[in-house]
Design a binder for this molecule. Structure first.
Ligand code: NAD
Ligand code: MN
Length: 429
């Protein structure tokens, strides 16, 4: 079954380009659907959720005719008589299971690499956000992608997701979601047919702000590191470590900026902060804040549901957070800034605290000192380190976590390997 539906990426590389063009033609419709379905503000949905999805298909369309192996000399005694060459082959039918925070973008990150390498796919969107995936399926037919290559299968995780993990004919499962579900999926993949797995899981990414930073930038990007997409952002900075001598100024400037944020209808073009994705998530965030207060962190701003219809959460700031507290350890996945201080000049101390987590998705550092920045970036245990920037994902830059944030990469050339197998052909002549 697998080999029958496998197809050659070379023969169809024009079609992902056409698909990207069609997505661009429909970008406003896609952004509107995404905004309604996920609560992302329309302007962000257009630029990021949809915009980066289009870029991702364009980028991987360029790889379709560049999937190739190596020629490797072997048997050094008689090097002219022996040769190995490698071929990169598609895996066959791949399953993709994604979360609800960037519904179309998560689809794009995985599907584009999967298709460029010549596989077919069955994708399960999150149960609460299936709509842009269905619109995408419609566009893929228009783009001339052969029938059966892209299959969108909405449904619950326990039912559809579990069946995909267990399926004996699926050879690969690409997953983005929480760490507990990722572990369960890996186990099912192993016990069924040992299918290949890649896991993009949770995070509690540290952002270290040194007193020699560009303060305007650190405030602006520190805000973005937490409040971007209402905190429903896998690489969101879950822990901010601010050097003592600038701590109070940093915090007061952040609060001043939060007060300017316009909270409201995500379709309104002037809104900065939309509703959380769904009710259960909002409730989880409110409990998270209660937990922070109970453990003795200072709730400096927010922490409540906004007094208006919908699942709106106030942008929230906690300070004086200690490393042992629940809110310092667990991901919120919401607009909650968790700040603690570190002693002036204590670079190794703050690094140790930053790395004291089972997660290792992303991280960041703000400083004007290039040597310090490089020192810190070498020691941070995270798949991504941002220096004097944050949230700067790019189609060409490999993305994925360390430790219990998972393994395998999306985006960039590295992502291709997740959907390929290497065949070594050895010849004697
Ligand atoms: P989740 O793990 O609950 O669900 C993710 C997907 O898995 C959904 O489609 C869900 O239906 C499916 N699923 C649930 N149970 C399953 C099962 N038994 N078998 C197969 N599939 C199953 O995560 P979520 O609540 O949707 O999303 C939030 C989490 O996702 C956060 O922890 C966040 O960090 C993580 N996330 C990570 C990244 C990343 O790139 N690392 C990106 C976005 C979100
Ligand atoms: Mn969940």
């Amino acid at each position: 079954m697998v080999s029958e539906v496998m197809f050659c990426s070379l023969t169809y590389c024009g079609r992902p380009v056409r698909l990207a063009d069609l997505m661009e033609e429909h970008q406003e419709e896609l952004a509107t659907i995404e905004s309604i379905d996920s609560g992302a503000v329309y302007t962000l949905a257009l630029k990021t959720h949809v915009g980066m999805s289009i870029q991702t298909f364009r980028y991987f369309a360029g790889w379709c005719d560049k999937i190739q192996g190596k020629t490797i000399p072997i048997n050094q005694a008689r090097p002219n008589r022996n040769l190995t060459f490698t071929k990169r082959e598609p895996l066959g039918v791949c399953a993709i299971v994604i979360p609800w925070n960037y519904p179309l973008m998560m689809l794009a990150w995985k599907s584009a690499a999967c298709l460029a390498t010549g596989n077919t796919l069955v994708l399960k969107p999150a149960q609460v956000t299936p709509l842009t995936a269905l619109k995408f399926a419609e566009l893929s037919v228009k783009a001339g992608i052969p029938k059966g290559v892209i299959n969108i299968l909405p449904g619950s995780g326990g039912m559809v997701g579990q069946r995909l993990s267990d399926h004996p004919d699926i050879r690969k499962l690409g997953f983005t979601g929480s760490t507990p579900i990722g572990k369960q999926i890996m186990k099912s993949c192993a016990l069924s047919n040992l299918k290949k797995v890649s896991l993009e899981l949770g995070g509690k990414s540290p952002l270290i702000i040194f007193s020699d930073c560009d303060m305007d930038k650190a405030v602006r990007m520190g805000m973005g590191s937490v409040f971007f997409n209402k905190g429903e952002n896998c690489i969101a900075a879950g822990r901010l470590f601010v050097e003592e001598s600038i701590h109070d100024e940093f915090i007061s400037r952040v609060v001043k900026e939060i007060k300017k944020m316009k909270i409201g209808d995500p379709l309104d073009r002037s809104t900065d902060h939309g509703p959380q994705n769904h009710r259960a998530h909002l409730e989880k965030l409110l409990e998270y804040c209660e937990m922070g207060v109970k453990e003795g962190a200072i709730l400096l701003y927010g922490g409540k549901q906004v007094d208006r219809p919908g699942f709106f959460m106030e942008p929230t700031v906690f300070t004086d957070v200690e490393d042992h507290m629940f809110i310092a350890k667990e991901e919120s996945f919401g607009p909650i800034m968790v700040v603690s201080k570190f002693k002036d000049g204590d670079v190794d101390g703050v690094l140790q605290r930053a790395n004291d987590s089972e997660y290792g998705l992303a991280s960041g550092v703000f400083t004007r000192d290039i040597n310090k920045a490089m020192y810190v970036s070498e020691r941070l245990e995270a798949g991504t380190v941002f220096i004097n920037t944050y949230n700067k994902t790019d189609v060409a830059s490999p993305f994925g976590g360390f430790k219990q944030s998972g393994f395998g990469k999306d985006l960039g050339e590295d992502a291709l390997l997740e959907y390929l197998r290497t065949k070594s052909v050895t010849v004697e002549y």
